[in-house]
Design a binder for this molecule. Structure first.
Ligand code: BGC
Length: 785
């Protein structure tokens, strides 16, 4: 670029930036003016919805209202803002649910899903789409698992950020939900997520943190449940300290619907918008609290200012006259479903189906004709169209192949096995059988947890009996979360298709018939049995308390640590081609937390068809002060390769990727020492690894106190000096002569007590006051971890 051109380009950019800032300044001025004109009652009313789905307008001051609608995998827009919108919602494209989106591991694709959702929201006048949900799938029993991405915080956070960036690129806001530790449906309005601070940060805050920092959602939705004893809607720690101060969240907090318990406490904690408009009761309480001085009007003004900023932004970005692009969005939803399909078993290459290998294909199972394509609850979309696998396969793939069908089971009765004998006959006469089965709608629902992870008895029995008469049996699963597979050894193929949305049937057919090479991988571990799962004894909790007893060991972190063989591990999924990993390179074998590390690896498609591989990068701390998972996913990428093609992918690891959260010091710490960096095809398929040495440059507080043991004070050079000042005589008696630093062997018992006891252990050589003084001196000290 010529210098002059570059200069004018820069001037233009600067002007544009200035213009934007100028516009923002104008809006802020206007808001300040409005706040000075609003009455207390109006201010409080603005902090609450007008009705089910809209914010409060103030007509006298020309303050508009905006529309909020569910979310997350499509729009559920009610016909009017004051209607609930169940059953009569406007049609919209129903995309695959979050479980499926996560199985694509494709952030670009999820961004595009977000863009399309944003477009559809614009077409329906919706300004804020209530999603995505990035809660961790702590237990396989979680009723809303279909609506969440993963058991892993990094994967959940990255998916959430991509979705938000996509939606918001279209001038529509999102609501990142449900903040946080919202992992159980049973008693969801009251349950306390009794989670320790370290686990809270490492697992349950991290996905929100990633999404907030990378995508700045316009709104965050506070959860129903309590977290560490405090309601999510009134936790100053969560809403102000963490969200705003630590992460720099600039948007507004919206309550989950009817989640507020104490409106005044919620407002003080940083809760902006109570949804929906419950009744005038809460507003009256807040007005009274302002009038009697309990609630500072400055707090309310700050909330109002931020609410109006979002409202005016939404209005400025609203596009008029748009319409749903039904066919285009449907076709895209089909592509997304095909990318999510996860091939779990493919013995003797039973798939893909081609006319050269099979002349007659039997399709068995009512799901093929009446698809299950989304979950139960507030996320239910009324689809613009709905494909069935039976129709799609007959129409698009049935020209040269004979297609037969049998219902196989009765969706109205899980125990009805009367249809199996007919299905067996159809199966025996075919060359290959596709059994469409899985979980009926009522098995996976918001508000209700699962009590087991089995498919209906009729489905399991059908598969077992079919596989006895047909060696080429392929099970096509439809479910939003893990299931057991008692028939796994008897079937040749298993394709997990999740809840694939309205066009899921087409996506599934494309994979079954080889038009699309499957490339999904599991974003959640499939256990062998419920008893093997991490939260088995602590789910759904009792007496209003959910003990997160498994701590940081959720999902693969647990199965790895306990050496439990899962049915299918996290990160697993097959392809119609094969890949080879080579050349794992690290930028340095010795690095610091500040420098971080660049890791690269080469992937080659060694098979005969084009395919996509999801490369996963795990980090393990080989020796750590605190307990750590065997390994943790830190990075991933999905790449496409034609046969014979190789590509090098690279990842940048920073200090946080090596860190644990130290709850005592309230900080992330990357300890010095050895770390193993592994490039893997799944959490149980490490292809290549390298060991590196990391030198920490952090200086962290020592944090010894009066309950720290004498021995710890002694083992630390800095504090030893201080001990020697205060209790030299007693120390002389317990150390080895000639080696002053060495404690005499038989003195072990005397040195393993908290410092607070040493006034009497030393027979008064150090007084209680001196212990406190000593502790104070040591408080200033720091060390390199
Ligand atoms: C759900 C939210 C949803 C809201 C509005 C609540 O019950 O938990 O996810 O966005 O209702 O429908």
């Amino acid at each position: 670029m010529k210098k002059t051109v570059l200069f004018s380009f820069l001037v233009l950019i600067t002007m544009n930036l200035k213009a934007q800032t100028q516009q923002e300044i104008e809006v802020q001025k206007k808001i300040t003016q409005l706040i000075s004109e609003l009455t207390i009652e109006e201010k409080v009313a603005l902090c609450s919805g007008r009705d089910d789905w809209s914010t409060m307008p103030i007509e006298r001051l020309d303050i508009p209202w905006i529309w909020l609608a569910d979310g997350p995998h499509g729009l559920r827009r009610a016909p009017a803002t004051n209607k609930p919108g169940y059953g009569d919602q406007l049609p919209a494209t129903c995309f695959p649910t979050a479980s499926a989106l996560a199985a694509t591991w494709d952030v670009d694709l999820v961004y595009k899903v977000g863009q399309t959702l944003g477009d559809e929201a614009q077409a329906q006048g919706v300004s804020v789409l209530l999603g995505p949900g990035v809660n961790i799938k702590r237990s396989v029993l979680g009723g809303r698992n279909f609506e969440y991405f993963s058991e892993d915080p990094i994967l959940s956070g990255e998916m959430g950020a991509a979705y938000i960036n996509g939606v918001q690129s279209q001038g529509v806001g999102t609501s990142l939900k449900h903040f946080t530790a919202n992992n159980v449906e049973t008693m969801r309005m009251f349950n306390n997520s009794n989670v320790d601070t370290r686990t809270l940060h490492e697992l349950y805050l991290t996905p929100f943190e990633i999404a907030v920092k990378k995508a700045q959602p316009w709104t965050v939705m506070a959860c129903y449940n309590r977290v560490q004893g405090e309601y999510g809607t009134q936790s100053e720690f969560l809403l102000t300290d963490i969200l705003k101060k630590d992460w720099g969240f600039k948007g507004i907090v919206v309550s989950d619907w009817f989640a507020i318990v104490d409106r005044v406490a919620a407002m003080k904690a940083g809760m902006h918008l109570e949804m929906p408009n419950v009744s005038p009761v809460n507003n009256a309480i807040a007005v009274e609290a302002i009038k009697n001085g309990e609630l500072d009007i400055a707090v309310v003004d700050a909330l109002v200012k931020e609410i109006l900023t979002v409202v005016f932004k939404a209005k400025a970005l609203q596009k008029e006259g748009l319409e749903l692009n039904v066919e285009k969005d449907h076709a895209f939803a089909r592509k997304v479903a095909s990318e999510a399909a996860t091939l779990l078993k493919n013995e003797q290459n039973v798939l893909p189906i081609s006319k050269d290998t099979y002349k007659k294909v039997a399709i068995i199972g009512e799901f093929a004709a009446a698809p299950r394509y989304q979950g139960n609850g507030s996320s239910q979309v009324r689809p613009t169209k709905l494909d069935s696998a039976l129709e799609i396969i007959k129409n698009e793939y049935g020209k040269d192949i004979e297609i037969t069908y049998a219902q196989g089971y009765n969706l109205a009765d899980d125990n009805d096995t009367s249809l199996i004998s007919e299905a067996k006959k159809v199966a025996a006469e075919a060359d290959v059988v596709l059994v469409f089965s899985g979980l009926p709608l009522q098995y996976e629902s918001e508000g209700i947890d699962r009590t087991h992870i089995n498919m209906p008895p009729s489905h399991n029995k059908l598969i077992s009996e079919i596989s006895a008469v047909q060696k080429n049996t392929v099970v096509v699963l439809t479910n939003g979360s893990a299931v057991t597979m008692p028939w796994l050894n008897n079937v040749s193929g298993v394709l997990e298709t999740w809840l694939g949305g309205q066009a899921g049937a087409g996506g599934i057919a494309d994979v079954l018939f080889g038009k699309v090479n499957p490339s999904g991988k599991l974003a959640e571990t499939f256990p062998m049995r419920l008893e093997d799962t991490p939260a088995f004894f602590n789910f759904p909790g009792e007496q209003g308390d959910v003990l997160y007893g498994e701590r940081i060991f959720v999902g693969y972190r647990y199965y790895d640590g306990r050496k439990i063989e899962p049915l299918f591990p996290f990160g697993y999924g097959l392809s119609y081609t094969s890949f080879e990993y080579s050349d794992l390179k690290v930028s340095s074998k010795n690095t610091t937390d500040k420098e971080g590390l660049t890791v690269s690896v080469t992937i080659k498609n060694t098979g005969k068809v084009t395919g996509k591989e999801i490369v996963q990068l795990y980090v393990s701390d080989t020796k750590s002060t605190l307990q750590r998972p065997e390994k943790e996913l830190k990075k991933f990428v999905k790449i496409e390769l034609v046969p014979g093609e190789s590509k090098e992918v690279s990842f940048k690891l920073n200090s946080r990727d090596f860190s644990y959260f130290d709850a005592k010091r309230n900080m992330w710490i990357a300890e010095s020492g050895e770390y193993v960096i592994a490039a893997a095809a799944s959490s149980r398929d490490i292809k290549l690894s390298e060991t590196i040495n990391l030198q920490s440059t952090q200086q962290v507080p020592l944090m010894f106190d009066e309950y720290t043991f004498f021995l710890e004070y002694w083992n630390n050079k800095q504090t030893r000096e201080i001990l020697l000042e205060y209790m030299p005589n007693w120390i002389r008696g317990i150390v080895t002569e000639g080696d002053e630093a060495e404690i005499r062997e038989y003195q072990g018992f005397m040195v393993e007590h908290p410092m607070i006891k040493y006034p009497y252990i030393t027979h008064g050589e150090i007084t209680h006051e001196q212990v406190i003084e000593l502790v104070e001196k040591c408080k200033e000290l720091t060390y390199k971890p």
